[in-house]
Every structure is written in structure tokens, then in C-alpha cells.
Design a protein. Sequence first.
Length: 130
Amino acid sequence: MLTSYRCGRVLFVGDAAHLTSTVGGLNMNAGIHDAAEAGQVIAAVVGGYARPAALEAWAWRRRSVLLQRVIPRGETRLAGVRERDSARLAAAMAGLRAIAGDPDATRAYLAQASLLDTPSSASADSAGRT
């Protein structure tokens, strides 16, 4: 993972900024969210609605999301697989079956799996706004 997703006028998104486990497609989803939010911030800066500092805030925010949400979730999804721990794997599978049997839990799980519960530029740091 890059130490910063911004270097001067260049913003790094997706695999150019970070590579994480492919378990559950989180790396791809994180890259899509990086790009979508970067586009919003760039448009705000170019349009005069945000100061250039918003780009640095975006870079920090997206890196934080990866460190605090994406990587831990990916690691959780490997429960019992790496260690070849059949009891831990069975418990994880039982948990997934319980989620699948509950529509509300399923929606919440899918929102997490898609990273739809991560902060977006709509909740961006107001320091970047004019």
C-alpha cells in the first residue's frame, strides 16, 4: 500500500494505490470507491466548490478506509482457511448460514461486503470545502 494516495497532481486509486486479499472482492470494491470519490473531489476542486486541500483529505480518508475497514474484513473472511482449522472454518460457515437465513442480516452483510457502509465524500472532511 502506498504511504499516500497523492503525489502532487497525481492521485492513485485501486490497485495502483493498494493490493489486498482478493477474498470477497474487497480490493475491487475498494478501488471502485476510491475512483468514484476521487472523481467527486476532483470535480469539486475544479468547479471551485472545494479547496485543493480536499484532494489531500481524500487521499488520507481512502487510505484510512483501507487500513481500518477493508483489510480487517478480508482477514476475517479467511477464518480457519489459512490455518486449516476445520472447527474455526465450520463456525465461520455456520455464521454465514445464519446470516443467509435472516433478510436484515443479509442486507447488512452485503452492504459491508460491497463497502457501502464506508464514508463517502458526502461526509467528507469540511476542511476541504470552501
